[in-house]
Write a protein that binds this ligand. Structure first.
Ligand code: TYM
Length: 338
């Protein structure tokens, strides 16, 4: 990959980051930070499309940044910043709103699903993917590494960019999604038919693994994981085997082993209890050192804030030309001072 490849991705501060976020997204960002320029954004403007307690939002934002840094993302190689610190995100979202047919947004599956869980649906929730498109398009992004659930948003980003380019002339680069082959959709431990998600973990802690969960909780959540009434440890598309398949996928994603080696590893397992214990152990082995780094980093009161301050200043500088270009293409009169 060329040294100038720009990678952009985002994560919502709506609860503690979990194992699905780690496997589906953070691991990919770690993998690309040496060859690409990673821009990683904690998307607080997206978070408020559904109500967030303000103190909790502040706390979770800092926690998310701390976790990204503790996971090994290097602020000398990547930009890690808070979305609302770079006002260009909101401004470009408005410009893109004006070229996005509302039908495109109403058709988005995530919108349809999420709006059903809300008493009152905000305009922001419908508009969510346009803000995401703005995030990505501001930086001439080449690649957007995410889990499977974001594929439709990235396709829509390409459609919005294409429409803007068609109406006003070539302005935005069309980004490509990068979805991992293994672990793109980690399922809930207590319900392997639904995706592991921050909002469900808040209600049902054993639904998933928070990356800051202590080893005892991790083991307990795995021991309680829903499997099936059989005893075969195998990768399978059969919905009946979704629980076992999910456990094997977590193990495979974290160890980097082939399916054959994963199965060989559990060949002597005496039932699902051993499988669950083995997967829990692999998860703890990855998360424990990260948790130690997290605690050390957070003990230094100003480290996270310093990283955020420096990264946001760089991000503001980096995206200003693309925003100015879009404004000009739209026909805005330039301000003498800008
Ligand atoms: P969010 O916060 O829901 O998730 C962050 C990243 O984690 C991935 N992910 C998963 N991967 C595998 N299994 C799971 N169970 C799982 N749950 C989440 C997501 O696919 C994502 O990569 N809309 C985005 C945030 C966003 C963004 C962007 C992403 C805003 N602007 C621009 C990319 C580019 C979201 O809600 O992610």
């Amino acid at each position: 990959m060329a040294a100038t490849t720009t990678v952009f991705s985002g994560i919502q501060p709506t609860g503690q980051l979990h194992l699905g976020n780690y496997i589906g997204a953070i691991r990919q960002w770690l993998g690309s930070q040496d060859e690409c320029f990673n821009i990683l954004c904690v998307v607080d403007l997206h978070a408020i499309t559904v109500y967030q307690d303000p103190d909790e939002l502040r706390r979770v934002c800092r926690e998310a940044v701390g976790i990204l840094l503790a996971s090994g993302l290097d602020p000398d190689k990547c930009l890690i910043y808070i979305q609302s610190h770079v006002p260009a995100h909101s401004e470009l979202a408005w410009l893109l709103n004006c070229v996005t047919p509302v039908g495109w947004l109403q058709r988005m599956t995530q919108y349809k699903e999420k709006s059903q869980t809300q008493d009152s649906v905000s305009t922001g929730l419908l508009d969510y993917p346009v803000l995401q498109a703005a995030d990505i398009l501001l930086f001439d992004t080449d690649l957007v590494p995410t889990g499977e659930d974001q594929r439709a948003h990235i396709e829509l980003t390409r459609d919005i960019a294409g429409r803007f380019n068609m109406l006003y002339g070539d302005t935005f680069k069309l980004p490509k999604p990068v979805i991992p082959k293994i672990g793109a959709k980690i399922m809930g431990l207590d319900d392997p038919t639904s995706k592991m998600s921050k909002s469900i973990i808040k209600e049902r802690p054993h639904h998933g693994i928070g990356v800051l969960d202590d080893p005892k909780k991790i083991l307990k959540s795995f021991k309680r994981a829903v499997t099936d009434s059989g005893s075969d440890i195998e990768f399978s598309d059969d919905p009946e085997k979704a629980g076992v398949n999910n456990l094997l996928t977590v193990y495979q994603a974290l160890t980097g082993k082939s399916q054959e080696d994963v199965l060989a590893n559990f060949a002597d397992a005496r039932g699902y209890g051993d499988l669950k214990g083995g997967v829990a152990e692999a998860v703890i082995e990855i998360l424990e050192p990260m948790q130690t780094r997290y605690r050390e980093m957070m003990a230094d009161g100003s480290y996270v804030d310093d990283v955020l301050h420096t990264s946001a200043a760089k991000a503001r500088e980096l995206c200003k030309d693309r925003l100015a270009d879009a404004r000009e293409k739209l026909g805005f009169l330039a301000d003498r001072t800008s």
